[in-house]
Design a protein around this ligand. Structure first.
Ligand code: PEP
Length: 239
């Protein structure tokens, strides 16, 4: 497993259901990874090998993993298989999976355990909907997602949390700098054990706001969706 303390910041590109061979070739021709930060690209899983073979200084990540270890589960990919492909990070519990694929906290807990057991660092995505925010339920929602989703085996050396307000994903909206800071501080206080976890922010990060977000003390990096598909934007964000 990678030593997270070797890096000061983490930039994780979530390509979702986007990209193809030609896109990947152009992307890696243009990608500029001279920074000392940890840069992770999570393509659709079928392209992980292609990402891994590029000559740039990045890590391959997956967007999801099976909660099962092996067996008759058509279409699934296990944590062991991802480890075989030298995957170092895996998103778990992204809001799109919670909303569109009935991802539950119980499943998330199993997935995180499987990943850690296979030396892959899970990036647990948590976040509230707009309605939950408007009803002052943010802390309650995040607490439930953390308490029910993080297994005992997790610690600050093997698990990362990404705070991604659902209303900020793909919308161009973001919380204020102060709001992000306050929520990250609150997350660390949900349980004593969370105090030293790396916490990333995700939701409409782009080159024009990434510097200010990354300068927040309680932010250890960013999870980037749409802007990670535009190589100039992504180069600016990670530089
Ligand atoms: C995401 O889906 O994880 C994400 C952060 O998306 P975007 O950057 O497009 O808001």
């Amino acid at each position: 497993m990678l030593n997270l303390s070797n890096f000061s910041s983490f930039f994780v590109a979530n390509w979702k259901l986007n990209g193809n061979m030609a896109f990947i070739n152009d992307y890696f021709d243009a990608l500029n990874t001279k920074s000392q930060n940890c840069v992770v690209v999570c393509p659709p899983s079928i392209y992980i090998d292609k990402i891994k073979k590029n000559q740039k200084n990045i890590f391959a990540g997956a967007q999801d993993v099976s909660k099962f270890i092996s067996g008759a589960f058509t279409g699934e990919l296990s944590a062991e298989m991802l480890n075989d492909m030298d995957v170092k990070f895996c998103l778990v519990g992204h809001s799109e999976r919670r909303q569109n694929f009935n991802e539950t906290n119980d499943n998330i807990k199993l997935k995180i355990g499987n990943l850690i057991n296979n030396n892959i660092i899970p990036i647990l995505c948590i976040g509230e909907s707009l309605e939950e925010k408007q009803n002052n339920k943010t802390t309650e929602v995040l607490t439930k997602q953390i308490k029910e989703g993080i297994p005992k085996i997790s610690n600050n050396e093997n698990t990362i949390i990404a705070y991604e307000p659902i209303w900020a994903i793909g919308t161009g909206l973001t919380p204020t700098i102060n709001e992000i800071d306050q929520i990250h501080i609150k997350i660390k206080k949900i349980d004593d054990s969370l105090n030293n976890y790396k916490i990333l922010y995700g939701g409409s990060v782009k080159s024009s706001n990434s510097k200010a977000i990354n300068e927040i003390d309680s932010v250890d990096g960013c999870l980037i969706g749409g802007a990670s598909l535009k190589i100039e934007e992504f180069n600016n964000i990670i530089s």
